[in-house]
Design a protein around this ligand. Sequence first.
Ligand code: GLA
Ligand code: ZN
Length: 666
Amino acid sequence: MDATRPVSLEKIYFGGDYCPDQWDDATIEEDMRLFKKAHINLVTLPVFSWAKLEPEEGRYDFGWLDKIMDKLAANGIGVNLATPTVAQPAWMSRKYPEVLPVDIAGRKRTHGMRVFFCYNSPKYLERARAIASAMAKRYASHPALKLWHVANEYGTYCYCPICRGKFIAWLKDRYGSIEKLNERWYTSFWGRTVFDWEEINLPDETNDDYRFNPTVQLDYMRFVTDSTAACFRNEYDAIREFSDKPIQTNMSGYIKKLDQFVMASRMDIVGWDNYPWPTHEMSFVAMKHDIMRGLKGGQSFLLAEQSPNQQNWQPYNVLKRPGEVRRLSWQAIAHGADSCLFFQMRQSRAGQEKFHGAVISHSGRDDTRVFRETARLGDELERLSPHVVGKRTRAQAAIVFDWNNWWALENSSGPNRDIDYLDGVHSYYKAFYERHIPVDFISENADLSCYKLVVMPYTYMFRPGLKEKTAAFVKGGGTLLAGALSGLVDENDHVLGEFPAGLRQVLGLRIEETDALKKDCFNGILMDGREFPCRLVCDIIIPETAETLGSFTKEFYAGSPAVTVNGFGQGKAYYIGSVPGTALVTAVLDRIGLAPVLPADDGLEVTRREDVGEETLFLINHGNVPLRAVLDNEYTDPLAGHKVSGEVEVAPNDVKVFIRRKQHDV
Ligand code: GLA
Ligand code: ZN
């Protein structure tokens, strides 16, 4: 892993993407007035301006960018300076066709679209490094510069000859010999032995064997992640030669394609783009924020983009309701964000996104609903910023989240094609959310010993050491809650042994068979006199030392164990042998008994961030009836300017932020 520096921001950054290259001087002047009126303190630019900055190879035109940087600095607005490398200029694609990617269907793509380059192309890397370097040199000491933003939402999968060559080199490095590769890829199955590295293909649609072999797929996803991380680092290193400001890239809200623990390890601060769908539950959005906070061990992250109003790319682009953006923004902050950045500042007049929401709409007015709401939020964030920035979440529970598991489970042929990793993890997470219990997300490599409870939903893949680490954790007094399909395979997706070999001893059981349920079909689990629905898979469990807490209610295995607990050393290990609904997880969590942030009504979102001197409580009501929480101390409501204690009520669609100085024991 590359070393990066922990970042502390000076304040909550508020603002977002701005494209001044689309506007004349008078509009830009007016924007400065509007930005100040809305308390905007940071803009991200020039994300898509490579063609304007380098109209021909090696000839840079920074004049217009100098002007805008100076203007922003003069107006007290900082810049999240973007290298424009997400959209290469047309001349480059024409002169060096190698920069154009080949898609999964094997088609060489023509110039167009953003994030449409081969991240392994030496020419792309050379030109990207050159412009990143030129920008870093030019702007390193510019007073407006606050952060660096590299490219934008990486995530292309390329299948070109350059990538094939690099993939083979990556495999040589990983396996050392063709014999080892054959062993790890298990090529004896279906007679797929590889005799020479040159016989290796890419897992694109022209080769169903490579495309569907789970180990090959996994390796390609790892390879694309490593290549993309290296592509990011190519620019990172160029910038770092001249500038010591934090460097990051904004990760897409659709977070499956790249292993973001790997990406984050190369960045100074994590940044992500939050575009919830109207159908998304608030606990699902909260979970994504918590995952982002987990990527760098609990450090604050950037909310790098969200829409100040509707999107344009959903089938039905519902307006954000009054107060909704404020709630979503505070939700991000409540879970660890130290910024609130929008896409975008001013609506583009044409192009694909002319109907996308913006702080300044086509009308250019400062009295629109969206502008007024933005300005109010900006004012609030400015006042509360000192009570938020850099504060951490303290959790006694952690959920293991792992991109390799996500890929392997969803790529797997069997047991159930409807397995949805994120949805399965969410069933567990939601129980914490509803019980107001803080929870971290950790990778398989994390230290478990600082937690009381570790949850392994769908922790399918046990890489070397995890079995021993988990056993030591429980033996030493920790509590484990494992879900179905956990502990089954090694890092190459080879079965480890009798199911669930990675956890068998600790759980005190074996699994003889696993049944699959069709979409929308349920089994039931009878526990504590209640029947809980469960879905997708049902394990036929043979307890060894485990005690049965709940049993299936249907099918030929009705009455057989579904939920178990096993005393192991000083600790306990729970197992749920199906995909539970949140109610069942909540019932198990209640037995484990972790403390909530505060006792509060169902539906109220409650989190706390703290540092040595102060703690900050966030109470968010996403619903339409008033909800209450009971404070554990006397707090201050800094916006209202008075003390609060005891029972407090949060109105529908409202947010409360309370602070308390900590008493220090002498
Ligand atoms: C992404 C991109 C932005 C913009 C928004 C629109 O997140 O990073 O450039 O296209 O989507 O929602
Ligand atoms: Zn390629």
